[in-house]
Design a binder for this molecule. Structure first.
Ligand code: N01
Length: 540
């Protein structure tokens, strides 16, 4: 509870949470149960974070829903029925809304409110948080539950503004949908969003032109509805499944996890393994041989296996080769899970344009000229160009810590964090699934639960020991940032121009944004830090 402040005085609360996605809702739930006054600010006019904004046709989770769901409440697990193996965007949003109602969270959330700044007041050891509605809040703690993929990257193609047809971004799809029936549609971007949307766009449009800069590896999702019997089996297995997830590196445990090396296997054994993973579908290759993402020879064996699958699926051999990724290692751009993606190129109304061979030359009101002299007339241009991931949203908020130092300036050469949760000079400011944590390489829902639990334990420990603040030492932050980079450099991830490397946004520092040592090692470190009285952190 907080008292209504005098005019122009800030509202005084314990914790400000920014973002009402999976992390923000869980933070609100846990903190409120422990008696803290909390306010969650959300820019959208609904809750759900990434699942609120990304409502493009075909948007669907690429982790099985029985795993991609909250684990913190057994009753919630038992009462919720997932309709399909991989839930679509609408069903995930329904689930999030159910959680908000079930735990009475809505009264703690302020929608259509963007946090514009967070300024640290050193004398008071508090954050002054300003919102787009002109309010200010004074809070002892700030939790940036802003998500990893929440600032869409607009397409950076010169002259694209000349196009006068309809423009749509997959991460800002109209709530009422977009009827593309009978229209000439172009799509730029063949990452997870594009690959999920393209079969749906092709089914509606009169003609679909896919402008591809880099092909991606995509594995069939083999999505299917779940029967009551299957749901009952899942519900009975939850306790065991969750225990395994918390003890795993990826937090995905419904497929076998291997610990051996592809290069120790015979070609026939590898072929059998890759075929079995193909039949399991989705992201299961990440749980296959441990050397796939560290040894280029091992990586090439699986890359060629998947390329051959593409060649088998796509009838036109020229188009098939255009769709085969060849200039970065398999899995170092996030694998996609698709439903009928490659088959879409067998349709008569779909054209694939290779932008590497024939780049855009000039947009005009009705379409675009490419370097081979062709003109592509378009009514609608869909951009599926991704996000300024992990750091973009935080940089867009004016966050200033000790001495007025801006977080965006401190991170200009690449983010520097302790455990991916805090940054030196920014006391009591926490980030969930932030840069330098396993983040998107671990089951995101569990990763958010883990971070919220760690943060709330730190807040409780401060209260218990009558301290006011926690902040990493510069030395520990330096150590952790170096460690994240050293581990990253032992993998093949650094060879791809991916958003994992910050390489998708012009001008962004190229640095691995994720901790690649696996969740198990990461969790052990976080637990050791906490149990040693927050070793590496200064308690004020
Ligand atoms: O974005 P991306 P996304 N000219 O960055 C292209 C999660 N997600 O929204 O590779 C031409 O992957 C760019 O080309 P290139 C998931 O973690 C999950 O698809 O830079 N092309 C690339 O093809 C995913 O990894 C789910 O050469 C341009 C594409 O745009 C993450 O979100 C579903 C260009 C961007 O791909 C991001 O996926 C959807 C330009 N100027 C998303 N600029 C599921 O759960 C960019 N591109 C299933």
């Amino acid at each position: 509870m907080y008292l209504t402040p005098a005019p122009n005085a800030p509202h005084t609360i314990d914790v400000v949470v920014v973002g009402a996605g999976f992390a923000g809702l869980y933070a609100l739930h846990v903190l409120r149960k422990k008696g803290y006054s909390v306010r969650v600010f959300e820019a959208g006019d609904g809750i759900g974070g990434t699942w609120y904004w990304n409502r493009y046709p075909g948007a669907r989770c690429d982790i099985e829903s029985v795993e991609y769901s909250y684990s913190f409440d057994e009753d919630l697990q038992q009462e919720w029925d997932w309709p399909a193996r991989y839930a679509d965007q609408a069903d995930i949003l329904k689930y999030i809304n159910h959680v908000a109602d079930r735990f009475d969270l809505r009264r703690g959330i302020q929608l259509e409110t963007r946090v514009t700044s967070a300024l640290y007041d050193e004398a008071a050891d508090r954050w002054t948080v300003a919102t787009s509605r002109g309010e200010t809040y004074s809070a002892q703690f700030c939790i940036m539950a802003t998500g990893c993929l929440s600032t869409p990257k607009q397409v950076d193609v010169e002259g694209i503004g000349e196009f006068r047809g309809r423009s749509l971004h997959t991460a800002a799809w109209p709530r009422e949908g977009a009827d593309l029936t009978g229209l000439r549609v172009g799509v730029i971007g063949t990452g997870s969003s594009g690959i999920q949307a393209i079969p749906h766009l092709a089914a509606q449009a009169a003609h679909l032109t896919v402008f591809q800069r880099t092909p991606n590896f995509s594995i069939p999702a083999w999505n299917h509805p779940l029967s009551d019997a299957q749901r009952q089996v899942h519900k009975a297995e939850y306790a065991v499944l969750r225990a395994r997830e918390w003890d795993s590196n990826q937090g995905i445990c419904r497929v076998p996890v291997r610990g051996d090396h592809a290069m120790d296997a015979t070609p026939a054994e590898r072929e059998a393994e890759y075929e079995a993973r193909w039949q399991m579908g989705g992201l299961s290759y990440y749980m296959s041989y441990v050397d796939l993402l560290t040894d280029p020879r091992a990586n090439e064996t699986v890359a060629e296996f998947v390329r051959n699958k593409i060649r088998q699926k796509v009838k036109d051999p020229v188009v098939a080769e255009m769709l085969c990724p060849k200039d970065y290692p398999f899995g170092t751009k996030r694998l996609c899970a698709d439903s009928g993606y490659y088959e879409t190129y067998n349709r008569d109304n779909v054209t694939l344009v290779d932008l590497r061979a024939t780049p855009f030359e000039r947009f005009d009101a009705g379409g675009v000229h490419t370097a081979d002299g062709r003109y592509h007339g378009l009514d609608v241009l869909v951009t599926a160009t991704g996000f300024d991931a992990l750091t973009g949203t935080l940089s867009n908020i004016d966050i200033r810590g000790r001495g007025g130092e801006r977080l965006s300036a401190r991170w200009r050469g690449g983010p520097r964090t302790a455990l991916g949760i805090m940054s030196a000079g920014f006391p009591n400011l926490f980030v969930t699934t932030g840069p330098g944590s396993p983040s998107v390489l671990f089951n995101m829902i569990l990763g958010n639960e883990y971070h919220v639990d760690w943060i709330v334990r730190a807040i409780e420990d401060l209260r218990r020991t009558q301290r006011r603040s926690i902040e990493p030492t510069a030395a520990f932050e330096e150590h952790w940032t170096r460690h994240v980079n050293e581990v990253g450099n032992q993998t093949l991830f650094t060879q791809a121009n991916s958003w994992y490397m910050g390489a998708n946004v012009p001008g962004k520092a190229r640095q691995i944004l994720l901790y690649l040592g696996g969740f198990k090692a990461y969790k052990d470190t976080c637990e050791a830090v906490a149990s040693k009285g927050y070793e590496g952190f200064a308690l004020g």
